[in-house]
Design a protein around this ligand. Structure first.
Ligand code: FES
Ligand code: FES
Length: 173
């Protein structure tokens, strides 16, 4: 058996990283990016497009910090490929306020109720809360807790978050 020289490098096997052109509609604006097909929507938003409002917590579907909307439905951007979002309307926390800067009712309620401490989970909490209210799953504190249970808050701001969601839900009824 021949022992390879220590400086020997194995031959390349022709592995090339391919990039795709991915077209996204984010907060009503058209974006085009060149990225590997495996890039997640979360990395596309944060790393390619500079939309860092959407947070990366666990990057494996367990914390909800990366929650965004696809055609109005909440999804975890870390478990969604950017390519899967083509042809759909992506809404992120940056697209929630009105064009004149007026806060969405859920954003205003989070401020009023101090529904955060460090704020890292907050964009995901707010995006989830907007969908939760729209889905009709904010009828009671227990229901809010259950339907917001995918959004973790390491600071334990849950009582204030529930109060904020309740107020915003009552405001849109
Ligand atoms: Fe997506 Fe935690 S970063 S669920
Ligand atoms: Fe800090 Fe929720 S406010 S993690």
């Amino acid at each position: 058996m021949v022992t390879p020289h220590p400086n020997h490098k194995p031959p390349e096997h022709g592995i090339h990283l391919m990039t795709d052109t991915i077209k996204l509609d984010i907060n009503g604006k058209a974006f085009t990016l060149a990225a590997e097909p495996r890039v997640t929507l979360l990395d596309a938003l944060r790393e390619h497009l500079g939309l860092t409002g959407t947070k990366k917590g666990c990057d494996q579907g367990q914390c909800g910090a990366c929650t965004v909307h696809l055609d109005g439905e909440r999804v975890l951007a870390c478990l969604t490929l950017a390519a899967q979002a083509e042809g759909k309307a992506v809404t992120t926390i940056e697209g929630l306020a009105g064009e004149d800067g007026t806060l969405h009712a859920v954003q205003a309620a989070f401020l009023e109720h101090d529904a955060f401490q460090c704020g890292y989970c907050t964009p995901g909490q707010i995006m989830s809360a907007v969908a939760c209210i729209r889905e009709g799953h904010a009828g009671s504190d227990a229901e809010i807790r259950e339907y917001m249970s995918g959004n973790l808050c390491r600071c334990g701001a849950y009582p204030h978050i529930v109060a904020a969601v309740r107020q915003a839900a009552e405001a849109v009824r």
